[in-house]
Design a protein around this ligand. Structure first.
Ligand code: HEM
Length: 459
């Protein structure tokens, strides 16, 4: 078996050993109980045990990487592939699309999707983002309490479908997609934490709901693809991401099969809707908690747009405070809180031996709240991202879109979309916490507030 040594990571022992066992393992379960009970607290405390620590999750061993520069090295090393508990579980939903494939298949799939995310293409999507932002803000009435989580999920689904897939008849499907994804993500989280296959084949109501939602999601994607094929066959030419996926060829120059097109579409819709929606929900929640920041934001938007609605893509370059606010929100309340990898060969990381087949995990949330990397690490402080304060920040500790060859292709797309929606909402509404609002993180595959039910008050 190939043995590589990562030369980027400083001095290491001549004979690298296994990383230390994280504190708190109990017989049989190891660390699984602590991880189940309080995943965020548990993962955050791991840094006390070292830069890389060993976890025992029942019969399985996994390594947790706690140091930001080692995480960056992990993500850039060819010795680790997308895999491990998160991605193995997500494969149930995503099949073999760009987010879950590896090696040559991943490189080809990534080449097929990447052009759709170039800056000039994002410019083309601006009209959809602006239209959806205005529709969202115009749906509400003064004094109404709205579920911001559900609202922005719907909006994000519509933006992905209308911009990347040019699906026009999305009204009913956006709600169906959002409902199906909600159920599927809940079920997937359970399957990630407790990976006991037979349990999920039992005819229990939760399993039936999961299967039904998963089937509905796949059915909708099949419908979208079939409609496009029919339109193309009748002579309608469309130049978008879906067209690129349908035209993609495999390594033999043959058209890629139907399943691959399907998996690619699922991967993009899921990644695009889920991450944007959860991130934006946290931004709105934070604004309700911090009226002083909401006021500053609305003043900036007003001074840049002069009251013109909706906020336009062309305004974004001037909305510097908004950008810092979104960045800070992603730091302190990230949607993506855990990511996993699989060691594909015997290798080393941070001076420790990592055998092939080891599951590796790390937590963006733990890194982004590390007091060694951020001054006043638990404060919501958008100004920490001002250029003159950049020295306060350890760059490797904050990579909400990841780094390396799996870096999110949707980074610029999402930042533009979130800014247009956020700006357009605050032009019209103040968001006020209600008795139902609950900022405690609800833990799933991604994080979201337990209840983002906020009252909207006209400005
Ligand atoms: C705020 C919004 C978003 C966040 C925070 C986010 C975050 C991430 C992160 C952290 C990864 C890397 C995962 C890993 O390293 O294992 C990723 C990958 C990915 N994201 Fe995003 N994402 C967002 C929005 C989007 C959007 C809008 C799209 C597309 C419409 C998208 C599509 C993807 C895809 C396809 C991948 C897999 C890339 C690959 O493996 O080559 N994401 N995203």
């Amino acid at each position: 078996m190939r043995m590589t040594v990562d030369s980027t990571l400083g001095a290491r022992p001549a004979d690298p050993g296994a990383p230390p066992l994280a504190p708190g393992a109990v017989p049989m379960l190891g660390h699984a109980g602590s991880l189940l009970r309080d995943p965020l607290g548990f993962l955050t405390a791991l840094r006390e045990g070292g830069d890389v620590v060993r976890l025992r999750l029942g019969p399985r061993t996994a390594y947790a990487v706690c140091d930001p520069s080692l995480v960056a090295a992990l993500l850039r090393s060819p010795d680790f592939a997308v895999g491990g508990p998160l991605w193995d579980t997500m494969g149930v939903l995503l099949g073999k699309g760009v987010a879950t494939s590896n090696g040559a298949l991943h490189r080809r799939q990534r080449r097929a999707v990447q052009p759709a995310f170039r800056m000039d293409r994002i410019h083309d999507y601006a009209a959809v983002m602006e239209d959806e932002a205005r529709r969202t803000a115009d749906r509400w009435t003064d004094g109404e309490t709205v579920d911001l989580g559900a609202e922005v999920f719907r909006t994000a689904t519509r933006v992905v479908a209308r911009s990347l897939l040019r699906v026009d008849s999305i009204d009913e499907r956006a709600d169906r997609l959002a409902a199906a994804l909600h159920t599927v993500f809940e079920g997937l989280y359970r399957r990630m934490i407790l990976s006991f296959g037979p349990l999920y084949r039992l005819p229990l109501p939760a399993n039936r709901r999961f299967e039904h939602a998963l089937a509905d999601l796949h059915r909708m994607v099949d419908e979208i693809i079939a409609e496009r094929r029919a339109a193309t066959a009748s002579g309608v030419a469309t130049d978008d991401l879906l067209a690129a996926l349908l035209d993609d060829r495999d390594e033999n120059g043959e058209p890629v099969d139907e399943q691959e097109v399907h998996d690619q579409v699922v991967s993009l819709v899921v990644a695009g809707a889920e991450n944007v929606a959860k991130t934006l929900t946290w931004v709105f929640q934070l604004l309700a908690e911090h009226p002083e920041h909401e006021k500053r934001l609305s003043e900036e938007v007003e001074s840049v747009t002069g009251g013109r609605r909706p906020v336009a893509f062309g305004d974004l370059g001037e909305l510097a405070y908004m950008r810092n606010l979104i960045t800070e929100s992603m730091r302190i309340r990230p949607a993506v809180w855990i990511l996993t990898r699989l060691a594909t060969v015997d290798t080393t990381l941070g001076g420790y031996r990592i055998p092939a087949g080891t599951d590796i995990l790390y937590s963006p949330l733990a890194m982004q709240r590390d007091p060694r990397a951020f001054t006043d690490h638990l404060s919501f402080d958008p100004d920490r991202w001002l250029p003159e304060r950049a020295a306060d920040v350890t760059p490797a500790a904050h990579a909400p879109f990841s780094v390396g060859n799996r870096k999110c292709p949707g980074d610029h797309f999402s930042m533009a979309e979130m800014a247009v929606i956020l700006g357009t909402v605050v032009q019209k509404w103040r968001l006020v916490a209600t008795e139902e609002t609950d900022s405690t993180a609800r833990i799933g595959i991604t994080l979201q507030p337990r209840s983002a039910r906020l009252q909207v008050r006209a400005r």
